[in-house]
Design a protein around this ligand. Structure first.
Ligand SMILES: [Zn+2]
Length: 213
């Protein structure tokens, strides 16, 4: 079951109050049963859109939520881009020893989607981050300067490539392909340390969980 509560919201346009549904946690299996487009609604931020019942003004309300995928055995805390260090530390402190799946914290929408693409494909995000470093090295200097996000896009069913997508500041994007065979090679070579509890695994941090030879 997802956990929800309602919050009173004052419309910035007409100053009238309304109620906004807030998801503290999302059980994606349950939600998809009722609405098969629910994941799309998270990714497109539809569930964060408030529409004022009095004047019809619409605005986004971003907040942290816990995404729970029971079928694929992972949970991701998705925090807004401006999440504070204290907020992140509080989540890391939660004792999750009784949970035997993968636990991550994602900052911002792109990192969140990246994690879904990794774990829904039953891949290891440390290996993906390692390959990402390699894939990003193939990007031109010009594109590097314009990069807003570089995320894992999944496995292309036709070409059997790992797809990475570079999102530029102007929101245009470019695909970078890496042969799927590369994944097995990297994965078998990586000596990984255990990630305990919720943590951020991204380009800046993944190396902390890899043992050096
Ligand atoms: Zn209003």
């Amino acid at each position: 079951m997802s956990k929800i509560h309602y919050e009173k919201v004052t419309c910035p346009d007409c100053r009238r109050q309304g109620e906004f549904k807030v998801y503290d946690s999302i059980n994606i299996d349950d939600e998809t049963r009722f609405d098969r487009n629910f994941k799309r609604k998270i990714i497109d931020s539809d569930i964060f859109l408030y529409s004022c019942p009095s004047c019809g003004s619409k605005f986004y309300i971003e907040y942290p939520f816990l995404y729970n995928d029971i079928k694929n055995n992972f949970m991701v805390w998705c925090l807004p881009d401006m999440a504070s260090e204290a907020e992140i530390e509080n989540i890391k402190k939660v004792d999750m020893r009784t949970y035997n799946g993968t636990l991550r914290i994602a900052i911002g929408k792109f990192e969140f989607i990246d994690k879904l693409n990794v774990f829904e494909n039953k891949l290891d995000d440390l290996a993906i981050e390692s390959i990402k470093t390699f894939a990003f090295s193939k990007v031109s200097d010009e594109d590097k300067k314009e990069t807003k996000s570089f995320m894992f896009n999944g496995i292309n069913g036709n070409t059997k490539n790992l797809e990475f997508v570079l999102i530029k500041n102007d929101e245009s994007s470019k695909l970078i392909n890496v042969p799927l065979g590369f994944y097995g090679e990297i994965k078998s070579r990586l000596k990984e340390k255990e990630v305990k509890g919720f943590d951020i695994i991204d380009q800046a941090s993944y190396y902390n969980y890899i043992e050096n030879d």
